[in-house]
Design a protein around this ligand. Structure first.
Ligand SMILES: [Fe+2]
Ligand SMILES: [Fe+2]
Length: 195
């Protein structure tokens, strides 16, 4: 995997430069679905990303709501929160695992011009994985604090919300940048070589 320059690392970028997303201009996002090579895999990829965004937002709203409600009714929150978070993070990590092990190597060999972009996305996955580990630790501390007292609960809720909002910001950037690489590459070469 290529070394990733600091300014292109996930926390430091707002979008991929055009020398990395080299096919983005040729295949503008609003026209993707009309293209003859837009097939099931592209549609599925975007669907998975949308469900990750939507699940992430739902969890975020659930936690923010609980915190704004002064962490009242912690029993009910605890019952729903850890299973939902666990399911979400498993979905996310499972998706990244398939990309790293199956799809990204195929994209790299399919078109050397986009190979660096996939190194960058793999580096994003490492950064996101470290964020997941931090969020899990922070969620556990949050759950323990709920059974102590109201101040401890509020403090731990703030710490958790900071970590999880940060992770979701990184993920949002990653999903959108990945789409800018993956979908144009499939439109250019068709989906067949990736299966
Ligand atoms: Fe990814
Ligand atoms: Fe993805």
């Amino acid at each position: 995997m290529a070394d990733i320059p600091e300014h292109l690392a996930l926390p430091n970028r707002a979008e991929l430069p055009s020398e990395v997303a080299i096919l983005r201009e040729r295949y503008p996002r609003p026209e993707w679905r009309e293209h003859a090579n837009y097939g099931e895999l592209s549609a599925f990829w975007l669907h998975v990303h949308d469900s990750l965004r939507q699940q992430g937002r739902a969890l975020q709203e659930f936690t923010h709501g609980f915190r704004e409600d002064d962490c009242s009714n912690p029993g009910e929150f605890q019952r729903r929160f850890m299973p939902s978070l666990g399911q979400y993070l498993q979905h996310l990590e499972g998706h990244h695992h398939i990309e790293d092990s199956h799809y990204f190597p195929r994209f790299r060999s399919l078109d050397r011009r986009v190979a660096f972009g996939f190194d960058l996305l793999e580096d994003d996955h490492d950064i996101i994985h470290r964020g997941v580990t931090t969020v899990v630790a922070s969620a556990r501390a949050f759950m323990q604090a709920l059974s102590r007292n109201a101040d401890a609960a509020r403090y731990a809720a703030d710490a958790y919300v900071d970590e999880s909002d940060r992770l979701l910001r990184l993920l949002k950037q990653h999903l959108s940048d990945e789409e800018d690489l993956v979908i144009p590459a499939m439109l250019e070469h068709s989906e067949r070589p990736l299966r």
